[in-house]
Design a protein around this ligand. Structure first.
Ligand code: GDP
Length: 298
């Protein structure tokens, strides 16, 4: 997966180094620094981190300190600083059980796959997991989640397309409580085209959960597609307040040049980042590690 992830991030510093090589500068001039800063922002790195990197490069002499390696190191260090503040594993600690994790995100972001990956990871850590197929608008989503549940070997609460998601969630909590399930992972609808309806539905699910257990949902995890770049940022904007997002998972960090958006998201919203998706299989899921991700950039 390292190689796959490299595809996403390396281009940020590669482009930088490529542009600077052969300039023969003894020191970065203002115009070059402007260009560097723009390139970093164009990589979705976020203005604060870009400005910090610019500042550090401005201090150094290009020939002495800022060989290719030096530039990579500065980028990696500043990226790590920005990411370290938000790297937060998803803790399973709720009592009474189950811990309810509501998974939200727009269609196509990788929500269903992420639920499967998370369920698989938790099962491997010996937690008992139950799924709720709460995206009742899409027959395909229900079917897909059922297939995953069977493959992973976890129970799933599902209904017909067009059914009442809040009712399913109610059933899930009841059944999870009765069976002593550790974690209940709830899929939700993701049609951003009808924002009002979507938010109403999420609010209804939250109300039902809260009535059963005032602490639920314990987590509201927003799934974002890294390949959408700046779009991911506007999705956080939309969901953060109205859906009470508590943390993020960034998918499709394999084979994308837009991984920098992680840094921009960290900078702008400060929301915990729990994990990253690095492929389509169930194993392609990594707890978020700032050092690991940042070193890959350098
Ligand atoms: P949903 O509509 O949000 O539920 O999205 P899905 O889970 O169905 O995923 C949409 C597509 O993205 C599918 O083809 C997935 O296999 C793919 N996908 C999901 N996560 C990742 C990831 O981390 N990397 C890659 N390369 N593909 C992913």
């Amino acid at each position: 997966w390292h190689d796959k992830l490299l595809g996403g991030f390396r281009r940020t510093s590669d482009r930088l180094v490529g542009n600077l090589a052969g300039l023969g500068l003894a020191r970065f001039d203002e115009a070059t620094l402007d260009e560097i800063e723009e390139a970093l922002i164009a990589s979705d790195l976020g203005p604060e981190t870009a400005a910090r990197i610019r500042g550090r490069l401005a201090e150094g002499s290009y020939e002495r300190d800022m060989e290719e390696l030096g530039i990579r190191l500065v980028v990696a260090e500043e990226v790590e600083k920005a990411l370290a503040r938000v790297a937060t594993p998803l803790e399973i600690e709720a009592f009474p059980r189950p811990q309810v994790i509501l998974v939200i995100g727009v269609n196509g972001s990788g929500k269903t796959t992420t639920i499967a990956k998370l369920a698989h990871l938790l099962t491997e850590q010996d937690y008992s997991v139950m799924l709720v197929a709460g995206d009742t608008f899409r027959a395909a989503a229900i079917g897909q989640l059922k297939v995953w549940a069977e493959r992973i070997g976890v129970p799933i609460v599902s209904g017909e397309q067009g059914g009442d998601a809040a009712g399913l969630v109610y059933e899930g909590v009841k059944r999870g409580t009765a069976e002593g399930t550790d974690v209940l992972i709830v899929d939700t609808a993701g049609r951003l085209q009808n924002k009002r309806e979507l938010m109403d539905e999420l609010a209804k699910v939250r109300r039902v959960l809260g009535r059963l257990n005032p602490a639920a949902p314990h987590d509201v995890v927003l799934v974002l597609d890294a390949t959408t770049g700046q779009n991911a940022l506007s999705q956080i904007e939309v969901f953060k307040e109205s859906a009470g997002v508590t943390g993020l998972v960034m998918t499709k960090l394999d084979g994308t040049a837009r991984g920098g958006v992680l840094v921009a998201a960290a900078e702008k919203f400060g929301l915990p980042i729990h994990a990253i998706g690095v492929g389509e299989t169930i194993e392609d899921f990594r707890p978020f590690d700032a050092h690991e991700v940042a070193r890959i950039i350098a």
